[in-house]
Design a protein around this ligand. Structure first.
Ligand SMILES: Cc1cc2nc3c(=O)[nH]c(=O)nc-3n(C[C@H](O)[C@H](O)[C@H](O)COP(=O)(O)OP(=O)(O)OC[C@H]3O[C@@H](n4cnc5c(N)ncnc54)[C@H](O)[C@@H]3O)c2cc1C
Length: 406
């Protein structure tokens, strides 16, 4: 069994772990990143939106009511597969508690502020030479409903009050922003300041930047840890032990299980979603879109287009979406942009959003004094990655590093 020593060991190399590794190694710290499959978690096949307007908790009174009303229905926007485990049931109780209006207001302001700063930070990183591929081309929501302009104006007004920049568009204005709209598209809401990126590529670039600045990537799973009093001294894989002064846990939706190995309770529940990516050499989609009735997102990627949706708690998970889920995604997206019907499937994917009950990520020291948890970003991990990286780095720099245990 070999032994490695670092200033900081990061467990998990999704967008969060890769970003933290890059920022710390740029500051001259010795960093080891541990992950059996770097970049292949939730950061792989998601929609890649960087969207302050969407940075609201899922735990709202409306969603709670909708969840109760549709419980058991597989076609509901939020589905619950059986069996639901005890941990999921406890998490749902926390979700219900987080739906109190005052708490929703506070959490919305917090998330919106973090997301707005994150978008600025993506642009700033690019200006400084670290281009993670962010494209500020706006986000267009499209409705296939009839005569709902008044309700769209009401929703847009509420979003503006929460800080979003948006305007209601009729079909003609929406067609200026996206050509070839389906017959049923009647109107929409346009968010000119929002952005998107290719999430797998952003994660890969951040990790490459980390290794170029000296970070070491160990492609192994953490399976255990050693503690000395109130400090974590090392983590263990099948072949080696990694000692460090500080540890960062960035294991996304599996953080509850990994936390148990480190002796800490991290209340994060996987919320499964899925995507299908189509070859699109001609570029059928001009910017990120969302079908408003079903929340299906359509994201243009270089040479491809990705359709993303779904939110299912419980069940078996895994990486393979069901055929029926992919068909439903494609049907919804084709109602918005019919040209998508002719595109060939390149790949399909299922992944888990790391959901906290309140929708606010956990970015703080938990348990051993030298362990920082940076996880639980739910549907907003790409959006919130830069500010999460900044907060984590601040905590590491403010903490006493102490001596690594050899
Ligand atoms: C369908 C869908 C669409 C989404 N769309 C968007 C979007 O448009 N915008 C947005 O902001 N967010 C979106 N999200 C959410 C986003 O994908 C996540 O919040 C984000 O990817 C989480 O990143 P992470 O680094 O925390 O986790 P991950 O990317 O999952 O990384 C965690 C890593 O930890 C590793 N790991 C786990 N256990 C261990 C262990 N024991 N030892 C070592 N390593 C371990 C895993 O291998 C993995 O690589 C979407 C999610 C889904 C499912």
């Amino acid at each position: 069994m070999s032994r490695e020593v670092a200033d900081v060991a990061i467990i998990g190399a999704g967008i969060i772990g890769a970003g933290v590794a890059s920022a710390l190694s740029r500051r001259g710290l010795d960093v080891i990143l541990l992950d059996p499959t770097p970049g292949l978690g939730s950061s792989l096949g998601n929609a890649g939106l960087v969207v302050p307007s969407y940075a609201t908790p899922m735990s709202t009174p409306g969603n709670l009511w909708e969840g109760i009303r549709s419980f058991g229905s597989d076609a509901a926007p939020v589905a619950f597969a059986r069996p639901l485990g005890l941990e999921t049931i406890k998490w749902l109780a926390g979700f219900a508690a987080a739906c109190r209006p005052a708490r929703v207001k506070r959490d919305t302001e917090l998330l919106h502020g973090l997301a707005t700063r994150s978008l600025d930070r993506y642009v700033q990183l690019r200006d400084e030479g670290l281009d993670l591929g962010v494209r500020e081309q706006g986000w267009l929501w499209l409705s296939t409903g009839e005569g709902n302009l008044e309700s769209l104006h009401n929703s847009a007004g509420r979003m503006r009050e929460a800080g979003a920049t948006c305007e209601v568009v009729d079909r003609a204005a929406a067609s200026e922003l996206q050509s070839g709209l389906g017959e049923r598209v009647s109107s929409g809401v346009w968010f000119p300041n929002e952005a998107f990126l290719d999430p797998a590529e952003a994660t890969r670039r951040w990790m490459q930047d980390a290794t170029e600045h000296g970070a070491q990537v160990i492609r192994e799973q953490v399976i255990g840890a050693e503690r000395d009093g109130n400090s974590l001294t090392s983590v263990r894989t099948a072949t080696r032990t990694v000692s460090a002064k500080q540890f960062v846990l960035a294991t996304g939706a599996t953080s509850r299980e990994v936390g148990k190995m480190l002796g800490v309770n991290i209340p994060i529940e996987p919320g499964y979603g899925w995507s299908v990516t189509l070859d699109d050499p001609e570029g059928s989609v001009d910017r990120a879109l969302m079908g408003m009735e079903d929340h299906v997102v359509i994201s243009p990627l270089p040479g491809r287009v990705r359709i993303t949706g779904g939110m299912r708690f419980g069940g078996l998970g895994g990486n393979n979406p069901r055929d029926s889920d992919i068909k439903a995604l494609r049907d919804h997206a084709q109602a918005v942009v019919p040209a998508l019907a002719g595109l060939k499937e390149e790949s399909r994917w299922q992944g888990a959003r790391p959901m906290t009950a309140s929708g606010v990520p956990i970015i703080k020291r938990i348990g051993p004094g030298n362990l920082i948890v940076a996880a639980g970003h739910g549907p907003l991990g790409i959006t919130l990655a830069p500010t999460t990286v900044d907060s984590t780095v601040d905590m590491i720099q403010q903490g006493r590093l102490g001596s690594p245990v050899h």
